[in-house]
Every structure is written in C-alpha cells, then in structure tokens.
Design a protein around this ligand. Structure first.
Ligand SMILES: C[S@@+](CC[C@H](N)C(=O)[O-])C[C@H]1O[C@@H](n2cnc3c(N)ncnc32)[C@H](O)[C@@H]1O
Length: 291
C-alpha cells in the first residue's frame, strides 16, 4: 500500500521506494495530468472532431494512479459526451491504481469516471458505452509488442514513466521505437513531461519530430512529438544545442530485457566514446547568457 502525500494543488500523489521518485510533480499532480497531458494534446477539440463511427484512441504508457486517463476521459466527455474512446494502458504494478482508490484519491472525478477507474483497478478492464479500456499488466517493454503486431495505433500517447535515471528501460531507443509504431501517422501526438536530451534524441531516432511544451508545474518544459512538425513550439536555440552534447546519447536496450544498471552502464560507455562535447560547457554557456 502506498501513502498519499499532498501536492501543491491539493491533489495527492505517492512516492515509489522502488524507483526512488514521486509519481507526479510536487507542484500539483492533477494540474500536471490536465495541463501536460490533456491540454497539450487538445483532447477536447479532438473529441468534437472525432467521427461517430471511430473511437478516439489513447495509449497511456504508465497508468499509475490513473490520473492521466481520468483527466482525459473527463475532458473528452465534457466536450462531447457521445465520443467513443478506446484506451490501452501499460502498467507493471496494479497496486498503484488500487491504492489510489483505497485512499479515495479518485473521488474528485465525475462518478462515471470514478467507476471506470474502479473497474480498471479491479479487473484491468472497463467496458461502458462509449468506452473500452484495458490495462495491459506487466513490463511495458513486453506488453506493447502485441499492440505493434496488431498494428494498433493511438491518436494520443501519454508517456509518463519515472525519470530516465530512475527508469531508463522505458526511455530507450528500442522501446520508444515500439511506442512510435503505436502512434497514428496522421495527426497523432505523443506527449511527455521530460525534456531530457537523451529522450528527445531517442524520439528523433524513432522517426518523430519534436517540439517543446510548457510542462504543468515542472521547472523544465515537456516534449510533444508527432510524425509531422507543428502543434508545438520549435525547440529553442538552447534546447537544440543541448542535443549536440553527450547528454543526447540515448539509452539503449537491444534485447528489451536489460536491467536498469545494464542500461545506465551501456550509456555511460557510449558517452565516453562519443565525439560530442560534454553537456557541462553547454550548461555554463547558457547560465552565463542568462546572468
Ligand atoms: C510516474 S508514474 C505514472 C503516473 C501516472 N501516469 C498517473 O497519472 O498516475 C510511473 C509508473 O510506471 C510504472 N512502471 C515502472 N516500470 C514499468 C515498466 N517496466 N512497465 C510498465 N510500467 C512501469 C510504475 O509502476 C508507475 O505506476
């Protein structure tokens, strides 16, 4: 069982002793779900434009307490209560979602959305007109593979693992290539709170164009990625130069089964061999420029 801790907007989050990190921004867990994930991907507008005979599809990578899924559903149905929605969520630990419900952390959502989160936590499935949702329980690196094989593609992908140093396995070139294959080439958008150069370079290696977004409540911007440019601000000069440093050497996991340690060591070795300059000089240059 996880212990709830209040964040800046009054909503609660958990701390993961396994990953050594909070599940959300301490500035505001609900605010982060709403601003970073739901608003940037324009779910309200998407729900109004969605053809009646095809569902709006969402891939929620790292379901956790279910806040991103809940905020998405609430926003979609406030804008169009008949919008069909299909959600596939990846999560390794169903106890997170169950703890959120046991601690009544989902009670601020509308009753229909609360019921969906309850069903998902209980059975990993929620079927309720106009929604079908499934949590694919297990390591996301394996659970995503059937989706790729089926050619299943989402209009919107939420990419919300713990940070790269704590959970590098979900930020590798190989995993993000699978995630990118699940993104609809026409109008699909992937959003994450991370602006790490290693994450951005991996998204680019997966064939995506990337842009910057204000990340709700966090100090740094987030990243919006898609197969076509547009829909987000272009990277600033500072962000572009970051991608020309060793910080942009991506995480790699050729077998999709490496441990955290193996992935971190592999990257450190690749950075040591890299002809790119270390990120330190980039950091000093931009710190001096902002003085
Ligand atoms: C930052 S939290 C996600 C918060 C969530 N999006 C929310 O709205 O509450 C990261 C989640 O990733 C899950 N996780 C960690 N490693 C995983 C893996 N290999 N595969 C799938 N899920 C994983 C954790 O159990 C945790 O729930």
């Amino acid at each position: 069982m996880f212990t709830p801790v209040k964040t800046g907007d009054g909503s609660s989050t958990f701390y993961s002793a396994v990953f050594g990190e909070w599940f959300h921004s301490r500035e505001g867990a609900h605010h982060e779900a709403q601003q970073t994930y739901v608003e940037t991907t324009r779910l309200a507008q998407r729900s109004q434009q969605q053809p009646a005979d095809s569902p709006l599809k969402i891939l929620d990578v790292c379901y956790g307490l279910g806040y991103n899924t809940a905020a998405a559903l609430e926003t979609i149905w406030q804008a169009n209560d008949r919008c069909h929605v299909e959600i596939k969520a990846l999560e390794i630990d169903i106890e997170v979602g169950r703890s959120a419900i046991a601690h009544q952390l989902t009670q601020r959502y509308e009753p229909a959305v609360q019921q969906i989160l309850n069903d998902l936590a209980k059975t990993c499935t929620a079927e309720r007109d106009p929604l079908t949702a499934h949590i694919l329980l297990g390591d996301a690196r394996q659970q995503i593979q059937p989706l790729v094989e089926q050619g299943w593609q989402a209009d919107v992908i939420f990419l919300d693992p713990f940070s790269p140093p704590h959970c590098p396995q979900l930020w590798t070139v190989e995993f993000l290539q699978l995630v990118a294959q699940c993104l609809c080439p026409e109008g699909g958008q992937l959003v994450t709170y991370s602006c790490a150069a290693a994450v951005r370079s991996a998204l680019k290696l997966a064939g995506l164009s990337i842009g910057s977004i204000p990340a709700g409540g966090r100090k740094w911007p987030g990243t919006l990625a898609s197969y076509s440019s547009g829909g987000s601000s272009a990277l600033s000069q500072q962000e572009q130069e970051h991608l020309q440093t060793r910080a942009a050497v991506p995480y790699r996991d050729p077998t999709l089964q490496s441990t955290t340690e193996e992935i971190l060591v592999r990257r450190t070795q690749e950075q040591a061999r890299s002809p790119l300059p270390p990120a330190g000089s980039w950091r000093q240059r931009w710190a001096a420029a902002s003085r």
